[in-house]
Design a protein around this ligand. Structure first.
Ligand code: CTP
Ligand code: MG
Length: 225
């Protein structure tokens, strides 16, 4: 199975206060750290990095200087993550059958985790990486707790998320036609009846969202290197 990794990196980082994906961690842009396991893993045939329109040339130049034995394309993203992922999918080679979507801002994904998710795809239309919740989850409206949701049924979705390319394309096109924005790609497949499985993730595979997360990123980097 030919696999294209699509790395959405076109966000503006409003909650962080800047483009966190381009901020240096130990002297290199976060995006470069995220790409490493995808470059190394033989299972991945090509990589499509989706960045803001104005960053395409610069990121292209930088990535060309990174040694890569596989094609790396840099394309422009859109207003929402969903549009960015769609642009990435459109740029994927015709021969690719699976699309592995991974947030540029999850720099500690391992080759093992990518491989585990991709391999599980043979039994599903898509597979996500998820972790069971260790916090107790409440449903709250205004200042009232409405209910406590049984924790055993609550999982937190991460990326990578791997999908059959045809199924992901259909899910994205239908969502756009119906003006639906999902917070991840899996939800767009689920809503039209595709069967999405999961594999267990890692708590090191954090998503850098706010400035506080950078503290964790530096600590995890030190621990792993
Ligand atoms: N992303 C993207 N295109 C967008 C919005 C987001 O490719 N239009 C990417 C981000 O660059 C990031 C991933 O999707 O790698 C997850 O998004 P998030 O953490 O929400 O990043 P931002 O959208 O940049 O942050 P914020 O929502 O705080 O503005
Ligand atoms: Mg966002």
């Amino acid at each position: 199975m030919n696999i294209t990794a699509v790395i959405p990196a076109a966000g503006s980082g409003e909650r962080f206060g800047g483009k966190k994906q381009l901020k240096n961690l130990n002297g290199r842009p976060l995006l470069h750290h995220t790409l490493q396991p995808f470059i190394r893993l033989g299972l991945i045939n090509e990589i499509v990095v989706v960045v803001a329109k104005g960053d395409v040339d610069q990121v292209n130049r930088e990535l060309r200087s990174m040694i890569s034995a596989k094609p790396v394309k840099v394309v422009a993203g859109g207003k929402s993550r969903q549009v960015s992922v769609h642009n990435g999918l459109t740029a994927a080679d015709d021969s690719s059958e699976l699309i592995c979507v991974h947030d540029a801002v999850r720099p500690f994904v391992s080759e093992d985790l990518i491989e585990k998710a991709a391999n599980a795809c043979s039994e599903h239309d898509g597979v996500i990486v998820a972790q069971s919740s260790t916090d107790t989850i409440k449903r709250i409206m205004e200042d009232q707790i409405l209910e406590t949701i049984p924790r055993e049924t609550i999982w937190r979705a991460q990326t990578p998320q791997v999908f059959s390319k045809a199924a992901l394309q259909e899910a994205l096109e239908l969502a756009e036609a119906e003006n639906i924005q999902g917070t991840d790609e899996a939800s767009l497949l689920e809503r039209i009846g595709y069967q999405v499985g999961f594999v267990e993730g890692s708590s090191l595979n954090i998503k850098i969202t706010t400035e506080e997360d950078w503290v964790f990123a530096e600590a995890i980097y030190k621990q792993l290197n």
